[in-house]
Design a protein around this ligand. Structure first.
Ligand code: ADP
Ligand code: MG
Length: 247
């Protein structure tokens, strides 16, 4: 690794992930490279089954790579034991899943506080932060509601707050707007981009929505196991991008 690479907050080099299958080996990720710094956001697109979730899970230290290297904030998380990995994940990584994964029996506030439990627990500071985030997404009147009492977009906003409650440096979102109508998807997309920018977070967002992807300054398309860079309208700074990005 060169000195220039060391300066990046996220460095992925030659990442591979294979899965054994009945008929041999499935080579899903075949040498992925990515560098990202805090405050930067990238959209990952690609056909269904191309390995987008696989990539996100590896970068989120929820799955181990077959080869290559991942360095997050100067640490190789795969050099840690399982307990160390869990602690690292909890401290540095926030995950927004497509189907939100909220606990139905818990209130909105309790759901947002869940990631604080393995750490110092939900003290006044954590509760304040959770309430502050929920306020930012317009849900301060819904703290005691259960997920079933919320709309899809509201649930997804709760999931975004939960991913941010430990103030992770790395925020990973797996098709966070996949189950939402277009307007709600736009709100959740803006929320991710705005919060990531405000908190100086590294944001990687998998999406099949070209509309959402085009609002990111950077987009990579997963094709046959490697990333191909695609110029987004936001990056081009075209008038069309400015119009649709300003909503
Ligand atoms: P995407 O998110 O782009 O739709 P995935 O990353 O979920 O794609 O999956 C990519 C490919 O890897 C699929 O063919 C899937 O079946 C395969 N795959 C994912 N996880 C596993 C696993 N644990 N074991 C075997 N194959 C897997
Ligand atoms: Mg997926």
């Amino acid at each position: 690794m060169t000195d220039t690479e060391k300066q990046h907050d996220l460095v992925v080099r030659g990442l591979t992930r294979e899965f054994p299958s009945g008929t041999g080996t499935l080579s899903i990720l075949r040498g992925i490279d990515m560098t990202l710094d805090r405050g930067e956001a990238v959209a990952v697109t690609g056909p269904s089954g191309s390995g987008k979730s696989t990539f996100l899970y590896v970068v989120g230290v929820l799955d181990e790579p077959t080869g290559g290297s991942v360095e997050i904030l100067g640490t190789d998380p795969f050099g840690l034991d399982r307990k160390g990995q869990a602690a690292f994940r909890n401290e540095h990584v926030g995950f927004v899943f497509q189907d939100h994964h909220l606990l139905p029996q818990c209130t909105v506030l309790e759901n947002v506080l869940l990631p604080t439990l393995p750490g110092p627990g939900a003290g006044p500071e954590q509760v304040d932060r959770a309430k502050g985030l929920l306020d930012q997404v317009g849900l301060s009147e819904r703290l005691e509601h259960r997920p079933a009492e919320l709309s899809g977009g509201e649930r997804q906003r709760v999931a975004v707050c939960r991913a941010l409650v430990n103030e992770p440096e790395l925020l990973l979102a797996d098709e966070p707007t996949g189950n939402l109508d277009q307007d709600t998807a736009e709100v959740v997309g803006s929320l991710l981009l705005d919060l990531a920018k405000a908190h100086g977070t590294l944001l990687i967002c998998v999406t099949h929505s070209l509309e959402l992807a085009n609002r990111f300054p950077k987009r990579v398309d997963l094709q046959e196991g490697t990333f191909v860079e695609v110029l987004t309208t936001a990056a081009q700074g075209s008038p069309a991008a400015a119009e649709s990005g300003g909503e």
